[in-house]
Design a protein around this ligand. Structure first.
Ligand code: FAD
Length: 453
């Protein structure tokens, strides 16, 4: 089966849904948009996040994960944007082929810059090939499994990622265990500490390798402190006891080199070990396409339009960088959808090639340094940016009474004081087009943490 559309969106989670709604809002005919989702329903991982706390920024309401996702599913349904469920994308490739695309007015002009071919599979149609002018990557992320962690000991039953346990409890209605130790203090682990407790389990301890939590402060307070669950920072699991089923784990303190300190071992009897040790953006498809990746985020490098270095391929949500709040995912995905729409629509208005990476002006690069781990985006084309540009990033340690400093070509431009910054929370600065345009010949923006600023 072969089909042509203008924009294919891979992933029907909050990012894909918001991107699709924004593309339609910008005037892309809905029949020229296609969402492809491998699960049997839209909504992404939020379908299993039944706790509240979602949507405070977007809707000024406290929603559960499924309620939040439903708001965007409703938009897609109202606009009648087509989507395929139970369909997995297995490949994206670039094509120079000058083929008409869906017979729309701009097709002939757009053909000159080539298409992307998206190959997907499902049990009804078998293999499907879809030619599209633009692709939005919105595949989300997955959890780091035990195999990616250096935990010694046997491999008995009772070891799960926190997300798998979340699915068991919230969707399948099954308890993974009764006495629980959690390794890693990412948000999913913190939320599952509370969830397991509410379901009658005893969560004995949360051990975190780093000297700070990887989760939001509000989750530490609401999910651990409120339930008297201890958080042991600079601790890791050094042994797992049990052959068939976990019987207990030993945790130990680690030094600055992250190696266990002999003599600090503590044994906890338990039947379950949950792992919440980081999320990995699902970028196998992006890699296969040859998209340039940021080694810090494991997501694509994007410009101000959230466009990767493959023209016409955009990225948003957790596949781009792991977000702390889904509200920011929706905001970013809305921008990606609007940019993809401009990419396909501008051709018709005669602005051929204007939005392609490296085409018109030379971009201003953004360098993350001195405590700032990465930035999204990594470059800005000043003539294409909106009136304001949000630059998101995370810091690499906990900073108190520090500041974020932005330099333009090595000269201080602006400083924002920050009472506290932590790796678990995303930070942002907003720059204006006016400021960037005024800095004539600007080549590089540097963003850094300044202590005591
Ligand atoms: C286990 C887990 C639990 C989480 N819990 C919380 C929480 O409690 N609170 C919170 O704020 N955030 C939570 N998050 C973060 C949450 O992922 C984001 O807030 C938000 O869901 C990200 O939206 P997204 O659309 O980028 O990704 P997702 O919601 O992950 O959606 C991506 C979608 O892409 C689909 N997909 C991936 N690859 C393909 C492919 N090849 N073909 C077709 N479809 C594909 C997936 O099936 C999925 O539906 C959790 C994340 C995980 C992994």
């Amino acid at each position: 089966m072969r089909q042509d559309v203008r924009i294919v969106i891979i992933g029907g989670g909050p990012a894909g849904l918001a991107a699709a709604a924004a593309a339609a809002e910008q005037g892309v005919p809905v029949g020229d948009i296609l969402i492809i989702e491998r699960d049997d329903k839209l909504g992404g991982i939020l379908n299993q996040c039944i706790h509240n706390g979602f949507g405070l920024h977007t809707f000024r309401e406290e929603l559960t994960g499924p309620e939040y996702a439903q708001r965007y599913i409703d938009l897609v349904e109202k606009d009648e944007i087509p989507y395929l469920l139970n369909t997995i994308v297995v490949d994206i490739s670039k094509s120079k082929e000058a083929a008409p695309c869906g017979g729309h007015a701009g097709a002939a002009k757009n053909a000159s810059r080539g298409y992307k071919t998206v190959t997907a599979m499902n049990s009804t149609d078998g293999m499907i090939q879809i030619r599209a002018e633009a692709v939005i990557l919105a595949m989300g992320c997955r959890e780091r499994p035990r195999g990616a962690l250096n935990i010694p000991g046997y491999r008995p039953a009772g070891i799960y990622t926190a997300g798998t346990a979340q699915r068991f409890v919230n969707i399948e209605g099954r308890m993974p265990g009764r006495e629980v130790v959690i390794l890693g203090s990412g948000d999913i682990g913190l939320i599952m500490a509370r969830r397991m407790t509410l379901e009658g389990a005893k969560v004995k301890v949360v051990a975190e390798l780093m000297p700070y939590s990887g989760g939001l402060k509000r989750n530490i307070v609401q999910c651990l402190d409120d339930f008297g669950i201890p958080l042991k920072l600079s601790h890791t699991v050094v042994d797992i006891r049990g052959r068939d089923r976990v019987e207990g784990v030993t945790i130990a303190e680690v030094g600055p080199d992250r190696k266990p300190i002999p003599g600090t071992e503590e044994y906890y009897s338990c039947d379950t070990l949950l792992l919440s040790c980081g999320l990995i953006p699902e970028n196998e498809l992006s890699d296969g396409l040859g998209v340039g990746m940021n080694p810090v985020t494991n997501g694509p490098k994007v410009n101000e339009s959230l466009e990767t270095d493959v023209p016409g391929v955009f990225a948003c949500g957790n596949v781009l960088h792991v977000h702390d709040l889904v509200d920011y995912v929706s905001e970013e995905a809305t921008a990606a959808g609007a940019c993809a729409a401009r990419y396909v629509l501008e051709e018709e208005t005669g602005a051929a090639g204007k939005q392609e990476t490296g085409a018109a002006d030379k971009p201003v690069t953004i360098t993350a340094t001195d405590g700032v781990r990465y930035t999204v985006p990594v470059s800005i084309h000043v003539d294409r940016m909106q009136e304001t540009q949000r630059i998101r990033f995370r810091v690499g340690a906990v900073y108190r009474d520090a500041a974020i400093e932005v330099d333009f070509d090595g000269r201080p431009f602006r400083t924002w004081k920050k009472r506290i910054m932590a790796p678990g929370e995303m930070e942002q600065v907003i720059l204006t087009k006016k400021d960037l345009a005024a800095a004539k010949g600007l080549r590089n923006i540097t963003i850094r943490v300044v202590q005591g600023g």
